[in-house]
Design a protein around this ligand. Sequence first.
Ligand SMILES: [Ca+2]
Ligand SMILES: [Ca+2]
Length: 306
Amino acid sequence: MNGFDNKNSKHRKIGEDGRRLAGFTRSLEQRVWRIKVRVLNMLSRNSEKQILLRRPVMKKRMTQLSLAACLVIASSVICLAFIKNEPAAEDERECTLIVGKTDVPAGMVALEIDLPPFVFEGTRKNLEGIENLEEPRAKGQTRPTMLVPAGTMNVALGKTVTSTSYTPIVGVLADITDGEKFGDGYVELDPFEQSITIDLGASYEIYAIALWHYHKYKCVYFDMVVQTADDPDFIMNVNTLFNNDIDNTHGLGIGKDKNYVESYEGKLIDAKGTAARYVRFHSNTNTLNDFNHYIEVEVYGKQGGQ
Ligand SMILES: [Ca+2]
Ligand SMILES: [Ca+2]
């Protein structure tokens, strides 16, 4: 074999090795491709299972994250309130919460009101669509405690009541200040715009008023205006303590207070120490009928007003 033949023989051998190597490479690529397909299929099936498994976990985590976010926001708001450290405005006194004994200013005490038993019949369906209705209190939240000067007492108990409805349809006017607050012991006045006036017998510094209309059912009394004055004709030193007559039905001014749902707690109004002898309560129908009802009115005050 000459050199040329040797060279050809080497070239053939290299060619055969190259073809075997190419075949092996293709085989290897096919195996790798098949393994890749299997792995992808397995991953796909597993991911579906994991999604199904993770959904409740994710929900739980989202809830936890939401709660954490709420806590952070609430903490921030509380911190900002403390940082600002601004004294409560006069109009915000009703919202003063007693957190601890140190928060009660000297000479002030928490107003204690003797509440009647909780009574509720019927549904809230008739409250749908009422304009200017205050939001219900959050579940578990109690009414903010009102602070009043020590010695403040109900100065309306047993006092004389007069009304534009001279003779009530049900009950007598004296029932409104007799201390009885149960749901059935109500006084029914004539329909539409009516008022009652309590003569305290002397001038008092009035700090709070608690008022019960009919609270056995969830109902709303409209166009409520509460005023004080030095005289029975309400000419001298007239002050408006509450007014939700937003369209001025009574002609006493446009009210900015909210309608509210009657309850055994009654309506608590901050009177801010207003000095007066006479207190008048206006109303105009309710969600159940066209009449006006009162179960009890309490006026918390101290002697010292003019
Ligand atoms: Ca009564
Ligand atoms: Ca009105």
